[in-house]
Design a protein around this ligand. Structure first.
Ligand code: NAD
Length: 353
């Protein structure tokens, strides 16, 4: 079979090491020539922040971070960065902290050092998001891609288990959805495959709580690969559905991803046997969708969209909005009826086989 593709690899430095966050942030700032970092977040990494403050004159700190980056707070953060004459932004936290740092970078050009404390994967992408008048807008901009990512698995160890598992399933969704996203190619598919192979045992370890740091390291490693795959391939059917459920119906981000993923995999599997085989291989199961469904049950994901706030009255509008957004590249064509049927199955929590 002929191989032909057009792939761009985003340039980013990644420093990975348990217990090494402070040292690695210091090295990153040094190499960036930064001596006036602005800190975003850090409530979950107080020790690391204290160590950083010993080494650098942190010129400002934004402690309060709000989900989905409200525009007003983003404007205040940009103004603060300019006022204190920051020469870099260090974001320590989940996707919300990284998200705020990205808007500062978009509007000032300052380099970002991202230090994730969840498995959102935002640090691996050049995608920004902001919410104004209850509407979330997203876009891509090379300036928002963090220049350095510092992964330290001792930081995610502070996550409550449910939050950790939902966040890790969100990372898995990045890998799976990238397989049929508009710019899927052999490079990002390889990353997604390795990402899934790390995430599946890592997620089981997070839930079991027996592997300690090792499970967190595996999930962080898988999170990065999956984020890189999605950044390169773009968002597919799964993300478009979740975006509508989060944006219009206010469903929680990570649990929504955790519920919807097996249904989308079941929908696409027959039309895309190669992706189906890759997912099933990562799970060690005969079928992709049942592997995803069983893992979600095993690690304690929410059982249905009904459980996390969707109602029957919401389904038709959700289906209409999602259908309009699902890319033409989706392996199986979609219609409002087929998306509504998928949503109803997820609303009830029907078993996926
Ligand atoms: P989040 O950053 O809001 O964190 C979720 C909760 O976990 C918060 O209450 C936070 O305080 C807490 N928390 C974070 N780290 C912790 C730790 N180590 N210990 C204890 N508690 C901790 O949520 P998230 O799921 O990380 O990110 C979701 C956001 O990121 C959404 O706005 C989503 O749209 C965005 N996102 C963006 C991209 C992108 O590429 N731009 C990708 C994925 C997600």
């Amino acid at each position: 079979m002929e191989i032909r593709f057009n792939h761009t690899t985003l340039g980013q430095r990644v420093l990975f090491g348990a217990g090494a966050a402070a040292t690695n942030i210091a090295a990153a700032l040094h190499d960036l020539g930064s001596s006036r970092p602005l800190l975003v977040g850090g409530g979950h990494a107080a020790e690391v922040v204290d160590q950083i403050c010993e080494q650098f004159a942190v010129v400002g700190r934004i402690r309060e971070v709000v989900q989905h980056v409200p525009a007003e707070r983003a404007r205040d953060a940009v103004a603060l960065a300019q006022e204190v004459d920051a020469d870099s932004v260090v974001a320590i936290g989940g996707g919300s902290a990284t998200g705020l740092a990205k808007i500062i970078a978009r509007d000032t050009g300052l380099p970002v050092v991202a230090v994730p404390t969840t498995f959102s994967g935002s640090e691996a992408t050049d995608i920004w998001g902001m919410t104004e008048d209850e509407r979330k807008t997203t876009g891509t901009d090379p300036r928002v891609l963090p220049r350095v990512v510092v992964y330290d698995a001792t930081l995610t160890q502070g996550l409550p288990t449910d939050l950790a598992v939902h966040s890790g399933l969100n990372a898995l969704a990045h890998a799976v959805d990238s397989l049929w996203a508009p710019h899927a190619d052999p490079i990002n598919r390889a990353m997604a495959g390795e990402g899934m192979r790390a995430l599946v045992p890592g997620l089981r370890g997070l839930r079991a709580g027996t592997e300690g740091l090792e499970a967190h390291e595996r999930v962080l490693y898988g999170t990065y690969l999956s984020g890189v795959a999605l950044a390169s391939a773009g968002a597919g059917m799964h993300h478009k559905i979740c975006h509508v459920l989060g944006g219009t119906f206010n469903l929680p981000h990570a649990p929504t991803h955790a519920v919807v993923l097996p249904y989308v995999a079941a929908y696409n599997s027959e039309a895309d046997p190669d992706s189906e085989a890759r997912i099933a291989e990562a799970f060690g199961t005969p079928h992709a969708a049942s592997g995803l469904w069983d893992l979600a049950r095993e690690v304690g994901a929410p059982g249905s969209l009904g459980e996390i706030g969707l109602t029957e009255d919401d389904v038709d509008l959700a289906a209409e909005l999602a259908t309009a957004a699902i890319p033409d590249s989706n392996p199986r064509p979609v219609s409002q009826e087929s998306v509504a049927a998928l949503l109803r199955a997820a609303l009830r929590g029907d078993a996926v086989r």
